[in-house]
Design a protein. Structure first.
Length: 238
């Protein structure tokens, strides 16, 4: 279906869009072919991007990864866009758009933003490594909670530690933020201690001598206080 293209400096004609298999939280690629149908050249600052919408078209994840595009008026190009699948898995709509960084999205000035219906699949939890020290006792439901979180899309999953101390002992101060209790905390301000990490990630930090992962890059991560393991004070990672 041909959509009208606005007249003016910033106009785009979308010629073709496609996307392969998408899994929650993972990187994948889409291909688009488009034309600069406006009067102004696209220079540095203009990028192709995307939004994840629900089935009714409401925005869920707005600021997608950017793919720079420079094109003269009347020019056509084909691009491979890198995109990250939304969390959690399910039915979405993937909307493509151009952005003039710091100024506007092209759809805001009347351009069509093509959409594709996408069924986002669970992420694979295969190969996940649970970085618990020798002698730590995982809670009976830890493995299931961790697997479910990875399949939801999170590459790194951390939880709480039930630190056991002697009668006169004290929990190490560095481990106090990880005391059991509470649920998911998307604003957790500390590294994930004794995390479960998918292939490609390894501990990059230590807390009280224990392996930890401090979020870096744009891999999605989760702290969930319900993911618990028991640890005796003085136990060190190994």
């Amino acid at each position: 279906m041909e959509h009208p293209v606005p007249s003016g400096p910033l106009a785009v004609r979308w010629l073709r869009t496609s996307v392969g298999e998408v899994r929650a939280g993972t990187l994948t690629s889409a291909r688009v072919e488009l034309e600069n149908a406006g009067l102004a050249a696209w220079r540095a600052g203009v990028s192709a991007s995307y939004h994840w919408l629900d089935e009714r078209g409401n925005p869920l994840f707005w600021d997608g990864l950017r793919t720079p595009v420079e094109l003269e008026p009347g020019g056509r190009t084909e691009l491979e866009l890198q995109l990250r699948g939304p969390i959690p898995p399910g039915a979405y709509r993937l909307a493509f758009d151009l952005v003039d960084e710091g100024r506007l999205w092209f759809a805001e000035v009347g351009n069509h933003a093509p959409e594709l219906a996408v069924e986002v699949l669970p992420r694979s939890a295969e190969g996940a490594v649970d970085w618990l020290p020798t002698g730590a006792e995982p809670a009976p439901d830890r493995a299931e909670r961790v697997r479910a979180a990875h399949e939801e899309g999170y590459a790194a999953v951390g939880g709480s530690l039930d630190v056991v101390v002697g009668r006169l002992g004290r929990i190490p101060a560095d481990l106090e933020p990880y005391a059991p209790g509470g649920g998911r905390n998307p604003a957790f301000a500390h590294p994930l201690v004794c995390p479960s990490l998918l292939p490609g990630l390894e501990p990059n930090y230590e807390v009280a001598g224990l392996p930890a992962w401090r979020p870096e890059g744009d891999e999605p991560w989760l702290y969930d206080g319900r993911v618990t393991a028991r640890l005796r004070a003085g136990r060190r990672g190994g």
